[in-house]
Ligand binder design. Structure first.
Ligand code: BTN
Length: 242
């Protein structure tokens, strides 16, 4: 992985997307910053800047050839990787489908994946942006638009962000090639054993529609299986659990 550090930027995802066709950003580059002034999240939300001791980074992948289904599961791979790294700090991370990580019911990291295509519709690259709360001051956590926590609070110690980020990138690289070959099945069990939504009643927003029911499984390609009150089964490939 190539490392690209920028002291301050509006959004590492935006920077990566804009530069994806240049030599500045080659395949397997991690763009990271200390100060992200206009971070973006899923569902048109913003990702708050909570100080220099947290992670704001984007992994850029530029696989050659056609779009493959497995690319849409890369956020779930990154999610499992993040969960495994959290566990090295003796905490218990839980996954909220598709790719949020929560500890004790509070969000600690989020992923925003964006694909960039040419005007002809060819895939130029994939940007996997992730933010991790490592050392967020408590008064800033309260300003986040949903219940949130930070690893320093969960462990009671200061977390070295460079060490954490290196662990994530090393682990991601370790899995990456095999994952592209084998797909979501490679991590399905690792993903499911940390899933906090399984066998629970959930509401899932898919564009303008909301599905309600029991989350019964995660399929072999990472989709969420939901059974509604009429026992009708839904397979949701994209969406967000509310
Ligand atoms: C979410 O809504 O949970 C996803 C948050 C993703 C935030 C990260 S921080 C680095 C990268 N750059 C951005 O603008 N967003 C992502």
């Amino acid at each position: 992985m190539k490392w690209l550090y920028i002291e301050e930027i509006d959004s590492t995802n935006k920077y990566a997307k804009e530069g994806i066709s240049t030599d500045n950003i080659s395949d397997q580059t991690v763009v990271y910053t200390y100060r992200q002034t206009a971070g973006r999240g899923r569902l048109q939300r913003e990702w708050n800047y909570t100080g220099e001791d947290n992670i704001y980074a984007s992994i850029v992948l530029k696989p050659s050839g056609q779009m493959k289904e497995v690319y849409s599961n890369l956020t779930q791979l990154l999610c499992v990787v993040l969960a495994e790294v959290f566990e090295e700090y003796s905490v218990v991370p839980k996954i909220k489908w598709p790719n949020d990580i929560r500890i004790n019911g509070k969000k600690i990291s989020g992923i925003l994946a964006e694909a960039v295509t040419s005007q002809e519709g060819n895939l130029l690259g994939i940007v996997l942006g992730f933010g991790v709360n490592l050392n967020v001051p408590e008064e800033l956590l309260e300003k986040i638009n949903q219940p949130a926590t930070s690893l320093n609070i969960e462990t009671g110690m200061f977390i070295d962000k460079e060490e954490f980020l290196k662990k994530v990138i090393d682990k991601f690289c370790l899995y990456y090639n095999k994952f592209i070959e084998e797909g979501f099945l490679l991590i399905r069990e690792d993903y499911k054993k940390r899933a906090e939504f399984l066998n629970k009643n959930v509401s899932v927003k898919v564009f303008d529609k909301t599905y309600e029911g029991i989350a019964t499984d995660v399929t072999s390609n990472g989709a969420l299986k939901l059974k509604d009150k009429n026992n009708k089964e839904h397979i949701l490939l994209i969406g967000d659990i509310l």
